[in-house]
Write a protein that binds this ligand. Structure first.
Ligand code: ATP
Length: 134
């Protein structure tokens, strides 16, 4: 097996930088699994977990809040709007965000408010899912 360098960065911080065997993400056109020596390309990402596999079989999950993945010759860079490892996630905060978003979705709001609430709900559910699978 071989590896490549995976970097996950947000506007705030470097979340992850390690040699890995594979990363799976949800691109806007579907699930993508990237192995070493993949051809270079760029794709926008959904609000979804990234699954990282190591040579020794270990797996890690990171909650990605949209952004882009850039597959380069020498490394893979994920530029996310925010990204959290399970150990970063404040589960009570995510649960409150989920409840707030659900309330906003049931209230009579305009389209823009509705879309914002839907995105907030997706972020919260993604964090809860990643936290629970740690
Ligand atoms: P909230 O309503 O709780 O702020 P949000 O989805 O609006 O949630 P974001 O705008 O996506 O939050 O993120 C703002 C910052 O807070 C980012 O740095 C993100 O990593 C962090 N963050 C958001 N929610 C959590 C959480 N539950 N646990 C840890 N970090 C979080």
């Amino acid at each position: 097996m071989s590896t490549f360098l995976l970097e996950i960065v947000t506007p705030e911080r470097i979340v992850y930088t390690q040699n890995v065997h594979m990363v799976s993400v949800e691109g806007i056109e579907g699930q993508l699994g990237i192995l070493p020596n993949h051809i270079p390309f760029v794709t926008p990402l959904k609000i979804a977990p990234a699954t990282i596999k190591h040579e020794n079989g270990k797996q890690e999950t990171v909650a990605l809040n949209g952004g882009f993945m850039e597959v380069r010759k020498d490394k893979v860079v994920i530029l996310a709007e925010s990204a959290e490892l399970p150990s970063d996630i404040d589960i009570e905060r995510a649960k409150s965000a989920k409840e707030r978003a659900e309330k906003r979705l049931t209230g009579k709001k305009d389209e823009a408010d509705f879309q914002r609430a839907e995105l907030a709900l997706k972020r919260a559910l993604n964090r809860i899912g990643v936290y629970e699978h740690k």
